[in-house]
Write a protein that binds this ligand. Sequence first.
Ligand SMILES: Nc1ncnc2c1ncn2[C@@H]1O[C@H](COP(=O)(O)OP(=O)(O)OP(=O)(O)O)[C@@H](O)[C@H]1O
Ligand SMILES: [Mg+2]
Length: 300
Amino acid sequence: MKLIYVAGKGGVGKSVCSAASGIWTAHQGKDTLVFSMDPAHSLSDIFDIDLGDQPRKIREHLYAYEPDLAEEAREFFRRYKNIFTALFGLFEVEIKPEDFGNMPGVSELIFMDKLNDIYVEKKYDFVVIDSAPTAMVLPLLQLPSITTGFVTKVLGMRNRWMGVLDLLQPGFGDRILVEVRSMRQKAETMRNALLDPETASITVITIPEKAAVEESRRLIETVESHGVSVSSIVINHVIGDCDCRFCREKKASQVSYVEDLRKRYQEKRIAILPDYGGEVKGDNLMQVAEDLYGREQLKI
Ligand SMILES: Nc1ncnc2c1ncn2[C@@H]1O[C@H](COP(=O)(O)OP(=O)(O)OP(=O)(O)O)[C@@H](O)[C@H]1O
Ligand SMILES: [Mg+2]
């Protein structure tokens, strides 16, 4: 199974490129799942199909999935019931599972847990991950160390606290440890998958504008400092040949950013996508897939 993780700033075309990548791999006869990790899902709009909260087959070899965050948060709570009971009990906070999913950074953890289920099931040849604008590959990369730290602490506290926890309910302490170990194992599995270039590729989508280029540079730097390499960059919304004044001026300002990216990232694949002049969805996605993969700008 291969993972294609699509990251980038808000609104640059991540979902369009994810959908197009899925269409391409499915077109090559590979069973593909396009998985939305953005709580504000947009794959239904882009594929022009109502996706439910289960993977749905949308054409030969192609499935898409927009997990329902509130439902997955409840499931996450059920899976790690003892951890949350202890954590929230300890701090005397009361949090409803569905609200928990809306806490910053938490949706990534929940979706990551779900992605792990899909990853270990190995049902698909490709899983394309359409990420949220914040592109937080980071919680995922840091999670093993956070949970490792947590396990170490819990183990350290074991002698002092296990008795107390067990007093609340016999076996409570051990059940927490089992859950923490399971959480950590999943986090490690997913991190190792992302670290392995044979398994995962990270594609950063950007547009030739200052803020987007700067944000992409920071994103790439941060991700790569964690040992995960970004294999490709897609520069989207590039103005084509048009002689009108608006396009000429826009094109002139885009050129230096495109050159800058090409120079800075010589070792990466750089793909250019034109501005299609209107929303890209449904049947138009095949054109995007052709432009990205058919012309061998990107490779699967
Ligand atoms: N090359 C393009 N030409 C014209 N329109 C495009 C192009 N790429 C994307 N769009 C349009 O731009 C909008 C944003 O695209 P998309 O939803 O893929 O971005 P995103 O990065 O996933 O956004 P978000 O960060 O909100 O998830 C959509 O309306 C899409 O149809
Ligand atoms: Mg999106």
